[in-house]
Structure formats: C-alpha cells, structure tokens
Design a protein around this ligand. Sequence first.
Ligand code: NAI
Ligand code: MG
Length: 361
Amino acid sequence: MNKKLLLLPGDGIGPEIIAEVRKIIAWINENAELNIATEEDYFGGAAIDAYGVPLRDETLDVARKSDAILMGAVGGPKWDNVAYDIRPEAGLLKIRKQLDLFANLRPAIVFDALIDASSLKPEIVKGLDILIVRELTGGVYFGEPRGIEDLGGGERRGVNTQVYTTSEIRRVGKVAFEIARKRKGKVTSCEKANVMESGKLWREEITRLHGESYSDVTLEHMYADNAAMQLCRRPSQFDVIVTDNLFGDILSDEAAMLTGSLGMLPSAALGAPGSPGLYEPVHGSAPDIAGQGIANPLATILSFAMLLKYSLESVELGEKIEAAVQTVLAEGLRTADIMVDGCTKVSTIEMGDAVIKALAS
Ligand code: NAI
Ligand code: MG
C-alpha cells in the first residue's frame, strides 16, 4: 500500500521531534507492507522567515494531495510581534479551515509507567484510554450574531450564539461512531439538551444517526456538566466522547490532566472521509528547550500512530507503535520532562532510537 504524507516540522522543538518520526517512517518503509512517501515544507515561523507567510498556497496544495499531514508545532518569541494575519498561528487556523477539519480527536491515555504523573489516584486512572471527539468548526465560537453592543448609560451587552445544523452534528457523529468501532464500541454524546435548543437537536440527530447506521455501537447520552464530574469520578466508564466545540474544549483539557504529562499527548483534526487529516502533539513549540536535544518526542510519535490508524488504514501498525511507547516507558526510559527517581534520563534522539528498537523486537 502506497501513501503520501506531508511533514510540517514548524518551529522550536518541532524539527527535533519530527526527526524522530522520520526514523520510524524509514523503519516502516523497510519492514512493513505500507510504503510512505513524504514531502516536507516550512510552516509557521519558519515559513514566515523563508517565504514571508506562515502557510503558502503551494504547501496547501501539497497538503490537499496528501493522505495525511503531521505537524510539529508553531510559534515562538521571534514572531510574537508580527502582524496578526502573518503570525505562525494564522497558518494553523488557515490549514484547519482550508481542509475543513471539523472533528478534533484528543485521546487521554494513561501509561502504566507514568501513572504517578496523573492528578488522580492510581486506582482511578489505571489503564485509562479514552478519546474525545470535539466538533471544531461550529458552535458558539463561530455562531452569529456575535459582538459587544453598547446599550447606553455605561451598560454593554456581550453576545455569542450557539448554533448547530443537522449536517454539522451528523458529520462529527459519524467520525465518533466510526472510531468507536475500531475501539471498544461505545460512544457517549455530551450536550445540555435539558436547557439548550442546540443540545436538544444534537441529541436527536445523534440518536437518529445511531439508529440508521451504527446500532452495533453502544450509545449513551450524558449532560456535559455530569460528564465533567464523571471524568474525575470514574473515567474508565468512557470510550469515545463526542461533543460540541465549547464543551469539547473544556472536557478535553480536563481529560488531558488525567494523564498529567503534556509531552505525551497526541491529537488529530479530521475532515470529510477521504480528505487528509492533520495530526500534531497537543503541546507547543517549547522555545525554552528548543535546540537542546531534550524534548520529549513521544506525543509526536503517538500522533503519528493515530495518523496510521485513522488516515492510512494501518490500525495494526499504529497499535504496534503505541505498544512500543509502552515498552520504552516500562523499561524506565524518560526524557527530562517526565523524569523521576530511579529512571534513566535520555535525549530526544535516544528516545526515538529506543522506540524503533522496541518496534523491531
Ligand atoms: P508549550 O507547550 O510549548 O510549552 C509549555 C511547557 O512545556 C514548556 O516548559 C516546555 O518546555 C514544556 N514542553 C512542551 N512540550 C514539550 C516536550 N515535547 N518535551 C518536553 N517539554 C515540553 O507551550 P507555551 O510555552 O505556552 O508556548 C510556546 C509556543 O508554542 C508559543 O509560541 C505558542 O503560541 C506555541 N504553541 C503552539 C501550538 C501549536 O503549534 N499547535 C500549541 C500551543 C502553543
Ligand atoms: Mg482549550
């Protein structure tokens, strides 16, 4: 099977962590049936320096023709004072919008070896593996009307509008159900159907979609505030959570804290079936440690594992990489950010090498 991948290392530690994935790709091309051809370009601050814009149209064209895109991270103090529309982040917003990436996937996985990093008791988070599917392009962050109105006499009114259409709900619902089929087969849909019209529609449409095409998946509805509570109380009850933009923003940050380590969290943004997905670590470009060879490459390696599973039809290979990450952690290897007493401190490159060694064995 031949696939095309666009690599966008970006800024700060981006190039260092993407370099470790490049080694894994070389290993796959040599040892697996899958053949991945890569292209690469500047993105974010690096693209501003090279081309004057954070994302050039040529890059976007290559992205559209690829099966998936893997990003490092963008941004840094060097570009903090440039005009807003040519800031590194503008490149990120542009690629998300241009590829219509409406579903944000944020897994929260607790690795046994890192269980002490969690903010919850070990018995509550042990073996935790949940995935939040957040609607990313609709809802209250984009709804009209919006703005701040002057009501006179010093009184003002801030307005945002929560809006969802049937098709917006259904397309993100499909993503959640499809992924649940590849996991433990359960979807929890979260809204506030008790007090919000958009929530009521959300619940109706998810229920209808489930009945039409996904009755093999277990569907449960939960009010978003209860979900926030249940995530702390008994997170292992969840498999896939599907929710809107606002609730997903909050619930995914809460779920991230269950795992406790920023350097370990992957993410994905998906569009319509057949269109390329964008994968990236949750963390930023970490300018404070860039160029020192100490960044943790595992969030990016795990993002690449998601990419294999969800965009390159290679679920088994993706799981193999996840298992290899478990192995290196169990062996006690740690980059500085997750280092604890009794473990062995390794560099970015040594961590990447260890993952490949675990893959090969
Ligand atoms: P950050 O995630 O880059 O760093 C926060 C802290 O975590 C730092 O101390 C950093 O050294 C550490 N850290 C992050 N990733 C790490 C890794 N893989 N290994 C070891 N340590 C790691 O967030 P911060 O400092 O708020 O932002 C830095 C820059 O990154 C800013 O320009 C920001 O705009 C950008 N950023 C970009 C994102 C993206 O590209 N999607 C997301 C978040 C921030
Ligand atoms: Mg957030």
